[in-house]
Design a protein around this ligand. Structure first.
Ligand code: CDT
Length: 312
């Protein structure tokens, strides 16, 4: 049985701070219409796809702060996305800010979900590698307050059987960490969906501009795909959000590491690629046959330490 699936990467252009979630959802529904017209079976949306990339703002006002988060998924605002996807039989990945209440405790996560072609949520991932800082930092040219807005994810890197394959998820900064892909690779992942919001300059090193940032993004995603014999779709929210620029460059990458499709604009744009999930098999059975070639007895440091221990 063929395991071909046409994948759509639904890059979003900027979402301004005063743009409503209804408007962002309407833009995503338009991209789903395009994906349906092009025959896609699965669509990947960006990280924090319902709002501007708010971790760049230090917000203390309780009403504005809590409006960034979703307590329910779907709710009345996001329901049109689920209904339209189910009508078309398209599965999707969506990133959003989650608030979760456990007893009298409140947790906030940078989250993504995997939704199948019936509109059912089959998987949830909470971002593990949170970049940036937890307090306002006057030294930076702009803020990156993910550690203020979110706690690290508590669900690990699971994978799910869905849409005829094995799917995994991660979010933005996770793509720079080889551990992200390898933990999923060890569960046989065949398709990794990830959304990102990447500022086009480094707030602590202004000479690091968009070209270098795009290079690092591609480098990380292509290596993760190849070294774990998996497709990866890395999809941006791009462009100028209230004077803050985010790189575009969304890509769909083959398990060989080759880029199959790349976004050319910094606006709402659908890229597509025909992905035959069986293309993962050759690599999984040869150079990256983990069972034959891995030597975990030498990898202890990877799980035993976080920081660097220098030699004496
Ligand atoms: N959203 C996100 O994770 N962005 C980071 C910015 C890194 S610089 C603090 C990224 O890895 O693209």
């Amino acid at each position: 049985m063929s395991r071909r699936i046409k994948v759509g990467g639904a890059q979003l252009g900027p979402i301004q701070r005063d743009e409503s979630k209804d408007s962002a959802v309407a833009r995503m529904v338009t991209l789903l219409d395009r994906a349906h017209a092009e025959g896609c079976g699965f669509v990947v949306f960006p990280e924090l796809a319902l709002t501007t990339f708010f971790p760049r703002y230090y917000v203390e006002d309780a009403a504005e702060f809590s409006a960034f988060y979703e307590a329910e998924m779907p709710d009345a605002t996001t329901r049109p996305l689920f209904d339209k996807a189910a009508q078309y039989g398209i599965g999707f990945y969506l990133g959003y800010a989650e608030v979760a209440r456990e007893g009298d405790r409140t947790h906030r996560f940078n989250t993504s979900i995997l939704v199948d072609g019936t509109g059912a949520i089959v998987g949830k991932y909470r971002k593990i590698h949170l970049p940036g800082h937890a307090e306002y930092d006057p030294e930076r040219t702009f803020q990156h307050l993910e550690k203020y807005y979110f706690e690290p994810g508590d669900l690990g890197f699971p994978v799910w059987r869905a849409m005829g394959g094995i799917f995994g998820m991660c979010l933005c900064n996770d793509r720079r960490w080889p551990e992200t892909y390898r933990v999923m690779g060890l569960q046989g992942v065949e398709f990794v969906a990830l959304g990102y919001n990447t500022p086009s300059t480094n707030s602590q090193r202004p000479e690091e501009g968009p070209q270098e940032r795009l290079f690092h993004s591609d480098l990380s995603v292509q290596a993760g795909a190849y070294q774990n014999a998996t497709f990866v779709a890395a999809i941006a929210k791009a462009g100028n959000e209230d004077g803050n620029h985010l790189i575009g460059g969304s890509v769909i990458v083959h398990p060989s590491g080759r880029i199959l499709a790349r976004a050319e604009t910094e606006g709402d744009e659908l890229i597509t690629a025909d992905c035959d999930l069986d293309d993962t098999v050759f690599y999984k059975k040869t150079i990256f046959d983990f069972a034959r070639h891995r030597r975990p007895e030498h990898y202890g440091r990877i799980v035993e330490q976080t920081g660097v221990i220098l030699p004496k």
